[in-house]
Design a protein around this ligand. Structure first.
Ligand code: BV8
Length: 251
């Protein structure tokens, strides 16, 4: 499975891994665009836009309350794909950054430390009055008070909705510019600007690009190496091969 194009990699190469809902599917969390996905049950226009929140905050809060409760259920845990990325970060000599579109905390629970949640985090809320952001594991009720300013009725999920600016884009584009390996895992390549990251990496022409996904994504043609199948099987094997190149390079 080793692709010839990994020759550009050195132990000091920086690695950026973009993840999407597919990496959490085998942990029991639904994806968005699969046949049984979230958008087959609810319209994104009704729950994942600022207009929807302004129009019907109770419906939007209930949508995220249900997902926040589900994420904390005992059955939901990191799977071998999340664990493989934490192992890569711990053992790869160069920088390893996970840029996730996911709002779950499974990367962190697997042990990853260098994680950017570009679409926000389900276990945080943001105050519309003072902009403060807080860890939050309960439902958000109309009388839930902002821990900073004490106002009620001002808390929203700390989540990036369609039409809102994703988080930490400067840090992300800086990492894309530096990396020698860009891996996309479990994303359909439908949502921008995340789906455009591979364009940015190719434009710079330095990094090897790999897609690991159950099936070819919308942007599959832009990746040099493509591995299709469940992430929980493919990603641990991919990480093992990468680590072998550095942990035995002195042999
Ligand atoms: C923005 C909220 C301005 C949290 C989400 C061009 C440039 C810039 C913007 C746009 C553009 N064109 C259109 C836009 C607007 C829009 C957009 O992209 N619309 C789409 C629908 C066309 N983008 C925005 O509005 C973004 N903001 O543009 O700001 C701007 C302008 C320029 C530059 C910068 C900024 C904001 C987008 C964020 C919206 N919020 N979520 C939540 O509720 O979760 S998006 C939502 O989709 C989730 O975050 C999700 O992660 C994300 C992407 O979906 P995927 O993760 O890919 O999930 P999906 O179900 O689609 O695919 C799963 C894949 O996994 C499948 O391929 C499947 O085969 C695979 N899979 C399944 N099982 C497994 C598996 N793979 C491996 N193993 C398995 N076991």
């Amino acid at each position: 499975m080793v692709a010839a194009n990994r020759s550009a990699l050195s132990p000091q190469s920086a690695i950026v891994v973009l993840t999407g809902a597919g990496i959490s599917k085998e942990s029991g969390l639904d994806t968005f665009r699969d046949a049984d996905g979230i958008w087959s049950k609810v319209r994104l226009e009704d729950v994942a836009t600022p207009e929807a929140f302004a129009r019907d905050p109770a419906t939007v809060q209930a949508f995220y309350d249900a997902r926040r409760r589900q994420l904390q259920a005992a059955a939901i845990a990191p799977n071998p794909a999340h664990l493989a990325l934490a192992d890569l970060e711990a053992r790869w000599p160069g920088e390893v950054l996970v840029v996730t579109q996911n709002i779950d905390d499974l990367h962190e629970r697997a042990g990853s430390r260098n994680v950017i949640h570009m679409h926000g985090e389900l276990l945080k809320v943001r105050c519309g009055a003072d902009g403060s952001i807080h860890a939050w594991r309960d439902d958000v009720a109309p009388d839930s008070a902002c821990p900073a300013c004490g106002r009620t009725g001002t808390l929203r999920p700390h989540v990036v909705w369609f039409g809102e600016m994703p988080l930490e884009l400067d840090a992300i584009y800086g990492a894309l510019d530096r990396c020698g390996l860009f891996v996309s895992v479990g994303t359909s390549g439908n949502v921008y600007p995340a789906a455009g990251f591979v364009h940015e990496v190719r434009r710079l022409g330095r990094a090897h690009t790999v897609e690991i996904n159950l099936e070819p994504s919308e942007t599959v043609s832009l990746f040099v190496e493509k591995l299709h199948g469940p992430a929980s099987g493919l990603l641990p094997a991919f990480v093992s091969e990468l680590l072998e190149t550095v942990e035995h390079c002195g042999d």
